[in-house]
Write a protein that binds this ligand. Structure first.
Ligand SMILES: [Zn+2]
Length: 448
């Protein structure tokens, strides 16, 4: 039990949409675009640009896109959406010079309507109510030789699933995490590649423990989403508000919980670990390939083993896997034993044995992707997380104090803490028919 007690039950339930769900646009973005440019009613150019930007965003929300790429390539207008991690062409049409779409987006983002003549880093954001939901959009502009390229990061609070229950954690992992984030002090690390959902997990954890009785402060670059009741600060290296300087400032703000967006240097790591020893609870991310290798990364930064051993609560690694489309997925047999033997041949023998047993155990509900109109022929629809949670225990602590390398830490975590690796967690999800074995192997390929 944490020193600030438990949250009321109802705050852990998934939140209902703010307003009734209105129906989104019908047809494709291309249909909507053609309808707009062929419209008989004479509208001023700027009205058309406003309409077009709305249409693009409405389709982006409907298709669950995370990013919208708007490229004005010579005489063409090309719009692509990133859906479930993969870019897809949505519109490729002759540019209508009468519709100043990029100027419209530039104004919304707070830029000058015309791109600068000499290169300048432009980043802006705006919020828009789409289908009754507040959508936050972050805009980045890039001057290519073919013209300006705009990338819009779309943050839909409804899609974001900021509840721990929605991340895709297995029941036992979820229970462990809820307990862990209620520790009065210590540091917890999350690692994962770009776009693996680290920020969403961090936000979900903060939201889960957030009450008026504790002071939560974050340091982020960039602040991806505004959270109610949490003090979020944006790193600004140019003005000297660096990670380490920001952290020193935060520590004078009487914090209970601190979220440090990323640890990438000795100073930030050292201050973070020390403050975790002196009554603060810290959540942070660090760039490594799996949970056990975080320790070696901290050694490389020059952090002494005793500081890691005494402050670290645990670490989690994560990736996103595509969920197999429920409309067209087909049943699949488990792979043959010889295929599995080939797959595990380079793994540590003990780990390989667990993986083999997991894949071949009877009772699995394996699926294979096919493709249908609902999933646009990809065979997949939506994504979920796979996780590797390593909790600190006496055995791992001893290995840390011995300055052990990653493979020893990993072996110890699997044996003594029953750590399920990313691959093992992914196999569980494939066995349940949530995703496919090939998707799990694709996503975790760099791990084994
Ligand atoms: Zn399908």
């Amino acid at each position: 039990m944490a020193f600030w007690g438990q949250k009321p039950e109802d705050q852990n339930k998934p939140t209902a949409p703010n307003s009734p769900q209105l129906s989104g646009p019908t047809g494709s973005l291309e249909d909507s675009y053609n309808e707009l440019v062929n419209s008989k009613t004479k509208s001023p150019a700027i009205d058309l640009a406003i309409k077009l930007s709305d249409i693009i965003l409405e389709h982006a929300i409907k298709e669950r896109a995370s990013d919208v790429h708007i490229e004005t390539q010579g005489t063409n207008l090309r719009v692509r959406f990133r859906i479930d991690g993969i870019l897809q062409d949505m519109l490729n049409a002759p540019k209508n010079a009468q519709i100043p779409i990029t100027q419209r987006i530039r104004v919304l983002a707070g830029f000058d309507p015309e791109p600068p003549t000499t290169f300048r880093n432009e980043e802006g954001r705006f919020q828009k109510l789409i289908q009754g939901r507040p959508i936050q959009v972050r805009v980045s502009s890039f001057p290519t030789v073919n013209g300006e390229k705009l990338v819009l990061r779309v943050l839909d609070k409804g899609q974001l699933g900021l509840n721990l229950e929605q991340l895709g954690l297995e029941h036992d992992t979820l229970t462990l995490i809820k307990k862990l984030i209620r520790n009065p002090y210590g540091i917890f690390f999350i690692t994962g590649s770009t776009g693996s959902g680290k920020t969403t997990s961090l936000y979900a954890m903060l939201k889960n423990i957030n009450t008026p009785m504790i002071n939560i402060i974050t340091l982020e670059d960039p602040v991806e989403y505004r959270l109610e009741g949490i003090n979020q600060a944006q790193i600004n290296v140019k003005t000297g508000f660096t990670w380490s300087e920001g952290l020193r400032t935060i520590l004078r703000q009487d914090p209970d919980v601190i979220m440090v967006g990323e640890i990438r240097d000795y100073d930030t790591a050292e201050i973070s670990l020390r403050s975790a020893l002196t009554g603060h609870l810290l959540f942070t991310t660090i760039h490594t390939i799996n949970a056990p290798s975080i320790i070696e990364r901290l050694f490389e930064m020059g952090i002494p083993p005793f500081l890691i051993a005494s402050s670290m609560l645990g670490a989690m690694s994560q990736r996103l896997v595509r969920k197999v489309c429920p409309h067209c997925a087909q049943k699949a047999e488990a792979p043959s034993e010889s295929v599995v033997n080939e797959f595990i041949k380079n793994m540590d023998p003990a780990e390989g044995a667990i993986v083999k047993q997991m894949i071949l155990a009877p009772g699995a509900n394996y699926k294979v992707e096919k493709g249908c109109p609902q999933c646009k022929g990809t065979g997949y629809l939506g994504r979920t997380g796979i996780f590797e949670l390593m909790l600190m225990n006496e055995e791992i602590r001893k290995k840390v104090l011995d300055h052990s390398p990653t493979d020893v830490i990993k072996k110890t975590a699997i044996q003594s803490a029953k750590m399920r690796t990313l691959l093992m967690d992914g196999i569980s999800k494939a066995r349940e028919g949530v995703t496919t074995l090939s998707e799990v192997i694709r996503v975790t390929a760099t791990m084994v």
